[in-house]
Design a protein around this ligand. Sequence first.
Ligand SMILES: Cc1cc2nc3c(=O)[nH]c(=O)nc-3n(C[C@H](O)[C@H](O)[C@H](O)COP(=O)(O)OP(=O)(O)OC[C@H]3O[C@@H](n4cnc5c(N)ncnc54)[C@H](O)[C@@H]3O)c2cc1C
Length: 465
Amino acid sequence: MPSRSGTSIVLFTRDLRVHDHPALVAAAGSRRMLAVFVLDDTILSRPYAAPNRLRILIDSLTDLRRALRDLGSELVITRGRPADVVRDLVRRHGVDAIHCSADVSAFARRREAALAAIAAEAGATFTAHPGVMLVDPALVRATGGGHFKVFTPYWRRWSQVTPRPVLGVPDLPPPPDDVDPGALPTLGELTGDAAATAAPLLAPGGEVAARERLAWWMDGPIEDYADGRNRMAEDATSRLSVPLHLGCLSVTEVAAGLAPRRAGHEAFLQELCWRDFNHQLLDARPDLAVTDVRTKDDRWRDAPDELTAWQEGRTGYPVVDAGMRQLVAEGWMHNRARMVTASFLTKHLYIDWRHGARFFMHHLADGDLANNFAQWQWTAGTGTDSRPNRMFNPVIQGERYDPSGAYVRRWVSELADVAGKAVHQPRTDGAAAASLFAEGTYPAPMVDHREARERFLSARGALED
Ligand SMILES: Cc1cc2nc3c(=O)[nH]c(=O)nc-3n(C[C@H](O)[C@H](O)[C@H](O)COP(=O)(O)OP(=O)(O)OC[C@H]3O[C@@H](n4cnc5c(N)ncnc54)[C@H](O)[C@@H]3O)c2cc1C
């Protein structure tokens, strides 16, 4: 056992858990430990600091503080700039080791560089540990050394890497005396708006709820995942994206519970690989949220009214509208619906993917720089999709992945009485069409599929595709 250092800091970021936490385990080896979370003013001043994710952040900090206290420690919650807070703590408590979890965004890299500089100044050590991704981008390099631009070869190479072992919850040393733990923030304080609310059906966040959901998922539903993952009306996906985003679950621990050669488990592992794939893309392309990865020189349409209709779920394509309304109500949307709604905006309406991605970021509780922007670019055909001009037909997608129409009926109340899969084309269903036209309740499709397809493919110079 290495000799115990004096006082360490573990700076929590988006790794808000006590299970399988390499940085926490390393910090726990000291005599005194400061576990710190900084409500970062820079992040809070940006539009991405949206109520749904902040609500989940508060839930997650509540669980983390409780878990650390149960272990004899404390979570210090403070507001400011992480580097300033850490520099001050290092001075006041004579800290000799700083730990955090490594992350890939440009923002996280700058934070790590600042912590390394503070440690160097103070004669302390700084270590950025694994804990956010399953496989660090540096361990999976394309032939020639760069990042991967296509998923399948990445998946092959990624599958060969042995993940690190899963760590238990460590015994924790006490915090230094006279530490002010600070108060848990409220949503009003974080948004600067006392009246701010989260989505009405937002599921609670935090490590406790996440571990319960994981146990439920692994205890059966995962077995059907290979088929079930596309059935939009059912609770047939893990819904672990929110806890994975804030690190309330360790992706390494989740993957370690998977069994080889079981269809549901293999399909699920592949989705966790997509998560790493997107992170290695962000690592290589820090401008992922603003710049086309592989530009098609699009001259996107400027159509604010159409953008608003899409945002409000009034496109006249039921499955698109259902997805958009689920997003606003739950702060989460089924993956199939994300693909269809994003394709509709960027291809049927030919509106810039950045508008859609920002709207998703405002609402998604799992809204994530790597996953959201990489998937938007994939869908828009400016990213890593090897078939960049593919276009989802929303009616066919609805009939295929919501065959009973239950998903649409749940979210589009105007169509609640349209039976069966006719709900995907209500205006061609005699009885439904008559009442919809009469009441003017549900809009006609805002674009004709065939015309939209021709407009898009001709804009891309790909009509012959
Ligand atoms: C336009 C668009 C935007 C998206 N934005 C986000 C986002 O901001 N944050 C986010 O976590 N996912 C995003 N995704 C990916 C995916 O839709 C969600 O991860 C998934 O729907 C979450 O539900 P789940 O946890 O039940 O997923 P499951 O199907 O149970 O998958 C298990 C886990 O694998 C990961 N995963 C699954 N699919 C993907 C994927 N395509 N890319 C990366 N990781 C994946 C997630 O961590 C997920 O929790 C986006 C997809 C699209 C098409």
